[in-house]
Design a protein around this ligand. Structure first.
Ligand code: GRF
Length: 221
């Protein structure tokens, strides 16, 4: 029997190219996902246009309109609950989340980060990768827990660092691979192949010792 289509909400703050990648994968029939709502904390986020063009409902919940992080997060959580979202995808959502928020969606919220976590958590990632003299970098998708970019890592994609690379060239090379990684990882949730339990990631019923590594040529794990 076919599984029910997963209900997901996508949270953005900016360009929304990763949101667009998810929308395109759904449209192409590659992802059995129902994006029930997009939430942006910025009314000028360009990614809102991708949602609107795809007729996905959007909530702009500006953090500036709330006295503190807790009340803003509570408004976001209320919206997500109203939509009965089963998976929350942070796709360029540039907010640190309160423990109330991460606790509410423990094991049901994922974030995309442009480094090979646990290396280089936080902002200005590409420059810190370059300053560290790393020979490779990549992107990671992890379950969101209370610590910034610290939850258990589900999946990664890697690229070599080339002579002459700067933040712009890394971003340009990694961007399309991030899209590929996000779609492939969300598919794992759509097909109920991964889950979180007590701080660990399980893949097809087995605890994962290493993140799943996506090859550049592969669409899915
Ligand atoms: C991505 O590079 C992602 O790694 C980081 O924020 C960026 C979002 O880009 N978390 P976009 O808004 O999806 O285009």
């Amino acid at each position: 029997m076919k599984q029910a289509t997963l209900r997901a909400a996508v949270l953005i703050s900016g360009t929304g190219s990763n949101l667009k990648a998810l929308i395109d994968a759904v449209d192409a029939g590659d992802l059995d996902l129902n994006i029930v709502r997009v939430v942006s904390n910025r009314e000028d986020a360009a990614g809102i246009n991708h949602a609107t063009a795809a007729a996905i409902p959007v909530s702009v919940i500006s953090h500036a309109a709330f006295p503190d992080r807790q009340t803003h997060d509570a408004a976001v959580v209320k919206t997500l609950k109203r939509e009965r979202a089963e998976l929350i995808v942070l796709a360029g959502y540039m907010r640190i989340l309160s423990e109330d928020f991460t606790g509410e969606y423990c094991g049901r919220m994922i974030n995309l980060h442009p480094s090979l976590l646990p290396l280089h958590k936080g902002l200005d990632t590409y420059n810190r990768v370059l300053q560290a003299g790393d020979r490779e970098t990549g992107a990671s998708i992890h379950f969101v827990t209370a610590g910034l970019d610290s939850g258990p890592v589900i999946s990664q994609i890697k690229i070599p660092i080339l002579p002459g690379d700067d933040a712009a060239s890394l971003s340009a090379r990694l961007g399309p691979l991030e899209h590929q990684l996000l779609v492939a990882t969300v598919e794992l949730f759509c097909s109920r192949k991964v889950h979180y339990h007590q701080g660990k990631v399980f893949h097809q019923g087995h605890v994962m010792e290493q993140p799943l590594l996506l090859n550049h040529d592969d669409r899915y794990f």
